[in-house]
Design a protein around this ligand. Structure first.
Ligand code: ADP
Ligand code: MG
Length: 254
């Protein structure tokens, strides 16, 4: 059985694509067959995070009926599969995002998990990602605008009968003006499954076009995502105790 999961948010820029690329890499390390689909059809960017921005055949070609799905699937160097979207503005023409459900249905049964990187907001594109999947990982930052928009996303997902599998609180700086985990849980009526700190290693890893679980697996952000990956597949995570030097230079020893 393939688990079909969309990674969504209300507000944009909260860290969805970062969570998708890292989770895919971390879950692959747990011997699962994973595919990432760029469901962010109008402003796709998973290709930039994964160093595959200009693939010859894309999800757009598939959705326009101009290519077979299998010709638009690529393999990331860490082992998971990627169905990228086309990045040029022209490629969007004539694409109906509702066709994402057909694409995902066609891939059902071929993977252990398909993770769809959703567009932000509550519009048609974001709803197509929800419609194509059964479960949702909701990403939010610890501030009121993000959490208020996350709440709307949860309501829409519930209205569609979708399960909220995890709420991910990203970019925690432990600042006194930030919302606490408990406040977020109360507002969303859902438990927070992962708390990812603000980490300079993340923009650095995006610039390097690799997930942080690959570039600096011992960083607190990478560890939290790895812990979430374990929880998603039902495995216990043993937090490794690394010293400061090892955390900073961990990539050398991996
Ligand atoms: N935990 C974090 N610490 C620092 N920067 C982060 C973190 N998570 C995301 N970012 C930054 O936020 C920006 C938006 O992240 P992205 O994953 O593209 O969000 P979304 O897909 O929701 O639009 C990126 O530039 C990324 O570097
Ligand atoms: Mg994104």
């Amino acid at each position: 059985m393939t688990r079909l999961i969309c990674v969504a948010s209300g507000k944009g820029g909260v860290g969805k694509t970062t969570v998708v690329s890292n989770l895919a890499s971390a879950i692959t390390k747990l011997d699962k067959k994973v595919m990432v689909i760029d469901g962010n059809v109008t402003t796709p960017n998973i290709g930039f995070h994964l160093n595959m921005p200009l693939t010859p055949t894309t999800l757009h070609d598939v959705m326009r009926g101009k290519a077979r799905i299998r010709d638009a699937i690529y393999r990331h160097e860490t082992g998971f599969y990627v169905l990228p979207a086309g990045i040029s503005f022209d490629e969007m023409k004539g694409v109906d995002t509702a066709r994402l459900s057909e694409v995902v249905a066609n891939l059902n049964g071929t993977m252990d998990m398909i993770i769809v990187d959703s567009a932000a907001g509550l519009g048609r594109e974001a709803q197509s990602a929800m419609d194509a999947t059964n479960e949702m990982i909701l990403v939010t930052n610890p501030d009121l605008p993000s959490v208020a928009d996350a709440l709307k996303t949860i309501k829409i997902a519930h209205g569609k009968g979708k399960q909220i599998t995890a709420v991910v609180l990203n970019r925690i700086r432990n600042h006194k003006h930030e919302m606490t985990k408990e406040e977020v849980e109360e507002m969303l009526s859902a438990p927070v499954a992962a708390e990812i700190p603000e980490d300079l290693g993340i923009p650095i890893s995006i610039a390097l076009r690799k997930p942080i679980v690959q570039t600096n697996p011992r960083s607190p952000a990478a560890e939290e995502i790895t812990k979430l990956a374990h929880a998603l597949v039902g495995l216990q995570y043993q937090k490794r105790n690394f010293g400061l030097i090892s955390r900073i230079f961990g990539f050398i020893f991996e």
